[in-house]
Every structure is written in C-alpha cells, then in structure tokens.
Design a protein around this ligand. Structure first.
Ligand code: IMP
Length: 435
C-alpha cells in the first residue's frame, strides 16, 4: 500500500494495560481528524500532562484536549452516563471545550448503577477466585449485552422502551443481588428516572456513530482507533478468566465501531520497558521482591482508576511476540525506559521453560496452569539519567542496545521511545510520527 493511503492508525496496549497509551495517543492526535474508542468503559484510565496541567481521562479519548478533533465513543463500549458526565464536567472545569466534538454511539451499552453492585457482589462471594476487577460494572454490562437484554444508550431516550427493558432486567438481577450476593436491590422507577435524566443531558450526542465513521472514510479523513486495557486482558486472547470483558485487540475495532478491516491501515503497539498488571491472574515474569517494589516506586505504578498498586516484572518478549502477532503491529512505542536508569542489570524474558521444553510462543494452557518459568537474558544497565532525552543517539549505548534487542527479537521496529511523562520527553525514530 502506498504510504499516503495509510491514513488510519490503531494504538493498542501490548501487555496487561497501563502501557502509557494515553501519552502516545495525545502525541499522535494532531495528525488525525477523529479519535474513536471501540471497547471497554471507565475501567480505563490515564493521565495526560500538557502545559503544566494534568488531565485524568477514563472514557473520553485524549483527542478531546486537541481543538478540532472529533471524539467518538463506539458501539463496542459500555458507558456509564454518570461517569461520563462527571468526566466532562471536570474537563470543562480545567478549560477543555466539549461541544459537538464528542459523540456517543446510540448502540453502545449503558452501565447502570446495578452493574457495579453486581460486579462487586460477585467479587465478594468469589473469595480466592476473584478476578480483581475495577468494580465499575464492566463485566455485568457486557453480560447483559451478550444475553440480549442490555440497555442501549438509545434506550435512555425512549421512556417506554427503557421501562419495559428495566422491568425485565430487574426481575433477574434483583434476585441475584438480593438472594445470592446479599446486597441492595433496585426499583424500576428509580432507574427509569435516572436513565431518562442522563439520556436527556446527553441527547444531542447520542447518534449512529457508525454512519459518521463511514462518511469520514468516504471523505478520506484520518482516524485514530484508541484501544483501552491491553492485549493480554482481551476476553478471547488474554489470560482468561483474568481478563476484561471486551476485545482489546485489533479485531475489536471492526465490531466495536462498524469499520471494515481494510480501513485499519496501521497498528501501533504500546509496551512498557518492563511489565505490569493489576488484579489477579498469571504473570510469568512477576517480581515479588524488593526489586519489584523498586520498579513500582520508580515507575509510580499505582492505578489511575482504582489507585491499586500494580504488580511489576521484567519485560516479557513471549507476551510481546503474542501481542505483535495478534494485532499485527507495524511498529511499537516503548514507554518508561527511564525507570531503569539506576539499574546495574536488566533481565529480559526471551522464552519460557514449559513441561514440554522451551518455547518462544505464548503457551496459553501452561501459562494458565502456572507451568512456565521465564528464561532470562541479562542486559547491562546504563546507570545514567535518560529522563527527557529526545534523540536516539543521545541515549547511552546500553539503553540503545536494550531497545535494539527488543526490536530484533520481535522483528518489529520501535519507532517511539518515551523518556518521561511529557510530550517533549519522547524520542521519535521513524514511523507514523514522521511520515
Ligand atoms: P474489569 O475490566 O473491571 O472487569 O477488570 C478485569 C481485569 O482487567 C482486572 O484485572 C482489572 O484490573 C483489569 N483492568 C481493567 N481495566 C484496566 C486498565 O485500564 N488497565 C489495567 N488493567 C485493567
């Protein structure tokens, strides 16, 4: 394909989320006309630092911080209208304009207050086998969608449809909440009023976003697809059941927005220079000792959404190989390299030892059963500050070797290296940013 026809780009987390996608999306935004999210909800979270201001985003793409960009919340998302309105209010209070630059798919599913109760209720009774969810109601909202009695965003605009659907849903969900989880139940009328009020406030924004995207494609506008969470949290390809309830991988773009695969021209993976995950589930390169704590503190690895300390570990190339293959990464942005500035040595996991021998490719079942041990290759640390370095040549040779080793192993170029939270603290080597 001629590079000039490669208009549209997806930005996708290559690990278990929190890779720093927010900064990368923010950095790339200027080149695009539209930014669209295709899955997840307010379980996501990132902070964008911009002109001495910090913006906390959960549902709204960081494109909203850039005047003139249209932001779309796609049909594949689950949207809590109350969370959306409070995020909009906070952004407005910090001077961000939100008018007709934010649209919501009328087919996105709605997260009602009962969904977070269901989420927390299930986690409470699950004991040891809990998932460690964000408690935002994501799983229960997607469950209702798949069971075909979910409440759509467009239902918030139609009182009789909303009442009918809520009556049916509460019949089942109140029994679960009251009798199984031993928690609060909900009144149909209270939820109808809640839904109508929020629907009314958002009315102008609730539209068929698929039609808007199709028109943008016909007009040859440039679209960025913003992934939330990460590849290993994908409901189909992640570390099931310790995953989120949506398709975070590139495949989710087509169903979650209604755009055809041939319109996803390039896919950028975002990976941290090490690995983290929040919540339960397998993590082969996890560090549970003081080294892990050092990474956590240096990397400030505490959740934006829940404040939970993140689990930390060495970079895992088996994970990144799987992510590269699943998403078809055309390039990778490597973030938080500076976290290793004071380390003498930096091990990288190149393969796993399994009961059947060594493998370089994601052995799903063995990972699930805890039967893999990482084979580590130790790289020399650079022992110099790299924070804020903006050219690849200025990086210490050991840091350049670290980056080159990863791209050689993955057979995928690392086009962006992030050396700090700010826009200017970024090395741009090649790829989408320089095309
Ligand atoms: P849920 O998405 O709230 O159902 O949580 C399911 C799993 O995904 C839990 O392990 C969460 O910690 C994890 N998770 C959900 N959203 C994010 C995110 O944005 N970053 C990292 N982990 C996430």
């Amino acid at each position: 394909m001629n590079p000039s026809t490669k208009r549209n780009l997806a930005v996708i987390g290559a690990q278990w989320g929190d890779e720093g996608k927010g900064k990368i999306v923010d950095l790339l935004c200027e080149q695009f006309d539209l930014v669209a999210r295709y899955q997840g909800g307010h379980n996501a979270g990132h902070t964008v630092k911009f002109e001495d201001k910090h913006y906390s985003l959960h549902l709204i793409p960081s494109g909203v911080l850039h005047p003139g960009k249209l932001c779309i919340l796609g049909n594949g998302m689950v949207i809590a209208p109350d969370a959306l309105l409070s995020e909009m209010a906070k952004l407005r209070a910090s001077g961000v304009t939100i008018d007709d630059n934010l649209l919501i798919s009328d087919s996105a599913h709605c997260i009602l207050p009962l969904h977070s109760e269901l989420d927390r209720g299930r986690e409470r009774i699950a004991g040891e086998s809990k998932i460690g969810t964000t408690g935002r109601g994501i799983g229960p909202a997607y469950e209702m969608k798949m069971s075909r009695f979910g409440i759509l965003m467009r239902d918030l605009l139609d009182e009789s449809v909303l009442r009918e659907k809520l009556t049916a849903a509460l019949l089942e969900k109140n029994a679960l909440l009251g009798q199984v989880y031993g928690g609060d139940t909900f009144e149909v009328e209270t939820l109808v009023q809640w839904g109508l009020e929020h629907g009314e406030t958002l009315r102008e924004r609730i539209v068929d976003t698929t039609l808007i995207l199709h028109q943008a494609i016909r007009d040859k506008k440039k679209i960025m697809f913003e992934g939330a969470q990460g590849t290993l949290l994908d409901i189909d390809h992640g570390t099931y059941p310790y995953v989120t309830s949506s398709n975070c991988t590139a495949g989710g773009i087509c169903t979650g927005l209604g755009v055809p695969p041939r319109e996803v021209h390039e896919v950028m993976g975002v990976a941290k220079a090490y690995t983290t995950r929040v919540g339960e589930g397998p993590f082969p390169t996890e560090l549970t000792d003081e080294v892990g704590e050092r990474v956590r503190v240096r990397g400030n690895e505490f959740g934006t959404t829940t404040g939970r300390p993140r689990r930390t570990g060495w970079l895992d190339l088996v994970v990144l190989r799987a992510a590269t293959a699943l998403n078809g990464f055309s390039e990778i942005a490597l973030t938080k390299l500076d976290v290793f500035d004071e380390f003498d040595e930096i091990p990288i996991c190149v393969s796993y030892q399994t009961p059947r021998g060594e493998t370089r490719h994601w052995p799903k079942t063995d990972v699930e059963r805890g039967k893999v041990t990482p084979n580590l290759r130790t790289m020399k640390g650079w022992k110099r500050p790299t924070v804020g370095i903006a050219t690849f040549e200025e990086l210490p040779v050991e840091a350049r070797d670290y980056v080159r080793f990863i791209e050689d192993e993955l057979e995928c170029p690392i086009s962006v290296v992030s050396t700090g939270p700010r826009r200017e603290e970024t090395i741009i080597r090649a790829g989408v940013l320089s095309r």
